[in-house]
Design a protein around this ligand. Sequence first.
Ligand SMILES: Cc1cc2nc3c(=O)[nH]c(=O)nc-3n(C[C@H](O)[C@H](O)[C@H](O)COP(=O)(O)O)c2cc1C
Length: 206
Amino acid sequence: MKTLLQLTSSIFADGGQSSRLAEEFVAALRLEHPGAQVIRRDLARDPVPHLDAERFGAFLAKPETRTPAQAAVVGYSDALIAELKHADTLVIGLPMYNFGLPSQLKAYFDHVARAGVTFKYTEKGAVGLLGGRKAFVFAARGGLYQGTPRDTQTGYVRDFLAFLGVTDVKFVYAEGLAISEASKAQSLATARRALRELVQPETIAA
Ligand SMILES: Cc1cc2nc3c(=O)[nH]c(=O)nc-3n(C[C@H](O)[C@H](O)[C@H](O)COP(=O)(O)O)c2cc1C
């Protein structure tokens, strides 16, 4: 592991359970890889704008025809993508809000999915251009969803990352956080155990 990108999206910033688990994982990884660079991007503190027709139009415009405003939009997206490409390891904090992922994380995804940049269309369909990276996702939920059709997040995040070429993705869940104090404590302890098990040479890129 040389460069890790830590993406958090809890509206409670560092205090969110997903952010805390992501942070704990990164801290444990740093002990194993002291020379690794860690880039932190807090999507709640520093939100990515929602994608709209104007911004998407900027992505589609040919470089030589872009207005200054379009160039700025593309430059912003390019910078997010450069940061992502620079990383060999992605750590994502994934809270559940209103049965889905935080809109802050979705807005980020909307700015890094760029045809010809992070994926390309081929005769066989879309191919991701960010292969070779590992991703670790720390999901925090008030209720219980894992392994049920009501888990709208796992499949979506897996599909999205695979679309960009990132297929080596591991999830750690802290669920039932709103059910009771006992359920919360037990779930966080289970998540912490799972997290520690992931900090192994065979799980992490050399
Ligand atoms: C606005 C809001 C909406 C929420 N919606 C859900 C939900 O749909 N399902 C659920 O299980 N928990 C829900 N919760 C509980 C969160 O999933 C839980 O607090 C979790 O810890 C959020 O992650 P975070 O602590 O990293 O922010 C919601 C919490 C908030 C603040």
